[in-house]
Design a binder for this molecule. Structure first.
Ligand code: NAD
Length: 475
């Protein structure tokens, strides 16, 4: 069984808190690690270490910081298989899936770091009267990154690239449900001591970190519930925050598309990573003209998402992260069935070990059911039949969440109309993609703070202007 530690100021040490956390492999239900939860004292020391390291890190030329990050990226590349194996153990993700996302995340980390070389940290704008304004974008100082469990390594890397390359230092607190891969990520870290610190634990470590007076930005990815608390806390002390929260993404399937190919794409969007993606397709609005063929094909496609241990090469879908998450998913299905929905496949908790849940297709769903109003975060595809494309777009936009959305159509006018959905990212005729340069801000309960290379640098820096009157140095 593994023993986990915090990394503070470049030194690995035991957390000071007495409460032990257990980590269970969700495929086997075996105990794989036990570790003490980080406390406010651990957080204090980690923030002090980040704060102490800041001046020297910020003073480095940006190209040197980028070189440091590139060295860390190379070490991660070399150990990508090992990291995917740890993600599989701690949250059940199939190895190949984990590996592909880690590869993408390292690429994004490199891209974001290299973006620093182009970013205008110092920019002088001359005025017609001979005066000039020099805008200097300063790093903020010590920052906090708090991550969820669904993509443990990618979530940490996604936040760290711009923060570190801009000259900030960080304290990272990963999810208590997936600390193994992040701990290994930090063992591979080649940055100077104190630049990137790690505190393990649950909200008892997260809350003091977000409340710490020396933390100048909190980058939080997680649930709406925790995001609200963190937003209130950081707001009360006028600390900047980026809140990337839950979703309930719609997909609108227009008449005229190939129902089989579209159903296969939708099955992937609903079931990959066992539906545990913030932008999973969780509400499906299909045009009546193709509804029967689409639902049949979606049900067929669901049957190919066989579940099992992520170590098994045959496994398409791993388990849910834990029994708590599976219980939420099953409650949503049970609620829908009680209110008149029908199950086309799945919908039952399997017997035996492991927190598995089958790929499930629900029909006769309406917008009042939990499965349509709350984030499910599981492998459930609830289908609503609509009479027109316009009805689909209107109902797609009727959620309190606004993270992503997808539209399948062959009609260019309908593709253009998709922008009426108030999402951060809308995909047309594909799901995901758009590269690391994509720029968006979620709305509603899905959070706040723009995401994307340039915007991430804007969030990670504070602009200041030095205005110089005409004539200085001219005589
Ligand atoms: P969670 O909110 O329970 O936990 C996320 C992290 O916050 C964990 O590290 C946890 O320990 C910490 N935390 C919890 N309460 C806290 C508090 N009061 N103060 C400080 N830290 C606290 O979320 P989860 O269940 O781990 O993750 C799933 C959620 O994350 C889903 O809602 C999903 O949609 C969301 N998510 C969003 C995105 C995005 O980019 N928008 C990406 C991935 C996941």
């Amino acid at each position: 069984m593994k023993i986990l530690q915090n990394l503070i100021g470049g030194v690995w040490e035991d957390p000071l808190y007495a409460v032990q956390l257990d980590l269970i492999n969700p495929a086997t239900e075996e105990l794989i690690a036990r570790y003490p939860a980080g406390s406010a004292d651990d957080v204090d020391r980690a923030v002090d270490a980040a704060d102490d390291a800041h001046a020297e890190w910020a003073a480095l030329p940006v190209t040197e910081r980028v070189e440091h990050l590139a060295r860390w990226a190379s070490a991660i590349d070399e150990h990508a298989d090992e990291l995917a194996e740890l993600e599989c153990q701690e949250m059940g993700k199939p190895i190949a899936l984990g590996r592909s996302f880690i590869d993408g995340a390292v690429q994004g980390f490199r891209f974001a770091a290299e973006e620093a070389v182009q970013y205008p940290f110092v920019e002088t704008i001359p005025a017609a009267d001979g005066s000039s304004s020099t805008i200097v974008r300063h790093p903020l100082g010590a920052t906090a990154v708090i991550t969820p469990w669904n993509f443990p390594v990618p979530m940490v890397l996604g936040a760290l690239g711009p923060l570190l390359a801009a000259g900030n230092t960080v304290v990272v607190k990963p999810s208590e449900r997936s600390p193994l891969s992040t701990a290994r990520l930090f063992e591979l870290c080649t940055l100077p001591p104190g630049v990137a610190n790690l505190v393990l634990g649950d909200s008892r470590a997260g809350a003091p970190l977000t409340a710490h007076r020396k933390i100048r930005l909190v980058h939080f990815t997680g649930s709406v519930q925790a995001g609200r608390r963190i937003g209130a806390e950081t707001g009360s002390r006028l600390c900047r925050s980026v809140l990337e929260l839950g979703g309930k993404d719609p997909v609108v399937v227009d008449a005229g598309v190939d129902p089989v190919a579209t159903a296969q794409a939708v099955a992937f969007g609903a079931f990959v990573n066992t539906g545990q993606i913030c932008t999973s397709m969780e509400r499906i609005y299909v045009h009546r003209d193709i509804a029967d063929a689409f639902i049949d094909a979606l049900t067929d496609a669901a049957s190919t998402f066989t579940f099992g241990d992520g170590h098994d090469a045959e496994t398409v879908m791993g388990p849910m992260v834990d029994d708590r998450q599976r219980t939420i998913v099953h409650q949503h299905v049970t609620d829908a069935l009680a209110r008149g929905a029908h199950v086309r496949c799945g919908g039952q908790v399997p017997q035996g070990r492991g927190f598995f849940y089958p790929a499930t297709v629900l029909t006769d769903v309406d917008d009042s059911m939990l499965v349509m109003t709350e984030e499910t975060f599981g492998p459930i595809a609830p289908v609503v039949v609509v009479d027109s494309f316009e009805e689909g777009i209107e109902r797609a936009g009727g959620s309190r969440f606004a993270l992503g959305a997808t539209v399948y159509t062959r009609d260019p006018a309908h593709a253009a109309a998709a922008s009426a959905i108030p999402a951060g990212v809308t995909w047309i005729n594909q799901w995901q993609g758009g590269g690391p340069e994509r720029l968006y801000e979620p709305a509603g309960d899905s959070g706040m703070g723009a995401t994307g290379a340039r915007a991430a640098y804007d969030a990670a820096t504070r602009p200041a202007t030095i205005h110089t009157a005409a004539g200085l140095g001219s005589s």
